[in-house]
Structure formats: structure tokens, C-alpha cells
Design a protein around this ligand. Sequence first.
Ligand code: IMP
Ligand code: MG
Length: 183
Amino acid sequence: MREEAERIRKQAGRELRRIVFTEQEIQARVAEMGQEISDAYRPDEEILVLGLLKGSFIFLADLVRKIQRPLQVDFLVASSYGSGKESSGRVHLLYDPEASLEGRNVILVEDIVDSGTTLARLLPLLEARRPRSLEVCALLHKRLARLDREPRWVGFDAPREFLVGYGLDYGENFRHLPFIGSL
Ligand code: IMP
Ligand code: MG
């Protein structure tokens, strides 16, 4: 256990309060989610998986490899957090997908739903592009807010702590950790 703690400290560069989801737990759940998503579409139905950068990049990379349907990948960049731990409440779209959404089955992939502001601002913008279907898949959900539209797929209910790792950052650090920890 001491060795494990030391390895984590070296990889993280500082002390984490605790590990919330281990690499094995995440991998098992992501595989399940890939199956759930595959089952929700007909075998010949194409999906456009839209990753919300940067936080979703590792989750998305693992998830799409577990989806057994024809699919394409594109990304959106929105920022609501700046570099700290508190949401600024504003959402800026810094990059828009090249792909047209019209008539397509779109899945927006988000790392974590916190206040829900990002989704609340983004979904109407995407809906306006007339996709055939639009669903949200979030790895983590803090269940803080009542959303008009809940994500169809959620990996884990998250504790109300500041989480890092597996794509999640604090000031751009810790995204590379293969597990999710609490600062
Ligand atoms: P929301 O708009 O408040 O739901 O926040 C969504 C975004 O804030 C996520 O996509 C994350 O990038 C960031 N975020 C929220 N909570 C955390 C956290 O605990 N750790 C790291 N990033 C977070
Ligand atoms: Mg972030």
C-alpha cells in the first residue's frame, strides 16, 4: 500500500486526498457503457460522437473503442472554468465541429456534469442544427442540479469533491492519471 501511494504521488506530482475510481473500475464501466450505447442504435445506424474538449479526450478514446456501431468522431471546445476550481458560469465555444449535425445521430460526450451550465448552454445550440437524435454521455455526474435534460448515459455518480485524472484537470494538470482522484 505504501508503494502504491508512492507511485501515485510520483505520477500526480503531489498528494491526492484519495483515489475515487480506480483504473480497473473505470475500464470496466466504460466497456459497459460502450455496450449500452451500441444496444441503443440499430446495427447499421451511424453515430457522430462529439467530444467536449479537453476533459473528455481520454474517456472518448476509450469509449469509442467499445462501441460496435459505425461512427465518426469530432470535437467541440467550450470553456466554462478558466483555470480554477469554480465555474465562471459562462460558456464560450472556441471550436465548432466541421461536421454538419443535420439528420445525424449525435452523442455529446462530457467528462463531468457539475452545475450543468455547460450542457444547458450547449444543447440548444446543437439542437438548432437539427440532428436526427441528440444524446449526452457523461462519465461523471455530481447530481448537484436538476437539469432540463439528463444525460442518457452516466458512468458514475461522483462525490461533490474536486476530481482530477482520466482527462479531468486542475489548472491543466493531472489529466494524464489513469485513475480519478480527489484533490
Ligand atoms: P458545469 O458546466 O458546471 O456542469 O461544468 C462542466 C465542466 O466543468 C466539466 O466539463 C469540467 O471540465 C469542469 N469540471 C466540473 N467539475 C470538475 C471537477 O470536479 N474536476 C475537474 N473539472 C471539473
Ligand atoms: Mg476543465
